[in-house]
Design a protein around this ligand. Sequence first.
Ligand code: AMP
Length: 211
Amino acid sequence: MNIVILLGAPGSGKGTIASRLAADDPQHLKHVSSGDLLRGAVAKGTPAGQAAKAAMDAGQLVADELIAAMIKDVIDETEGEVTMLLDGFPRNVKQAEILEGIGAKIRSVVLVDVADEAITDRIAGRRTCPKCKAGYNVTALPPKVEGICDHCGTALVVRADDNPETVRDRLRVYHAQTEPLIEYYRQKGLLRTIDGDQGPEKNAAAFKAAM
Ligand code: AMP
């Protein structure tokens, strides 16, 4: 098992890229989204979910140890020749150090680069399937039938933290806490960058070539 880390602001398209690539090659690629793990825990009302909810609603990061333990469980249960597309973790230098401590091999770190102005518009149009987690955008990537998931027929939802105020806080958190990881991984020789503004298909192809 090895890991490719997707780095990028909320709404940069990391999740869309990772889920497309994993759907095309499910035997070799596994998409792991820290946000999906946390939203799943909140929905189930587990102790971890209860502990994470307030920070998530406020657009802040949940405790490093809490999310790191969830990621470690997924790494431990992943066997074979699989590349894990790790989306949303690590989110700060402390988490990057915890990940190294777990001992998993990091193959590369790919930054999906998108300007903040584009992000706010994109998130406004974002829709998600609560069941299979497929992501859509009302303008850039609409479902075939409005409001309905192409894959499983479930009604699409707007994420609770996708409102304009929380998005501003999430972007602030990204610049303050996550952006330092760009330099961190550059110094380790692991960083590659793609332009995340090419549309879903070309973004995924550029990512695949970079990783
Ligand atoms: P995301 O789906 O990646 O945008 O994550 C949604 C929310 O989950 C974030 O705004 C955080 O509150 C929380 N979250 C996701 N990943 C992490 C992480 N690695 N560390 C701390 N909080 C996280």
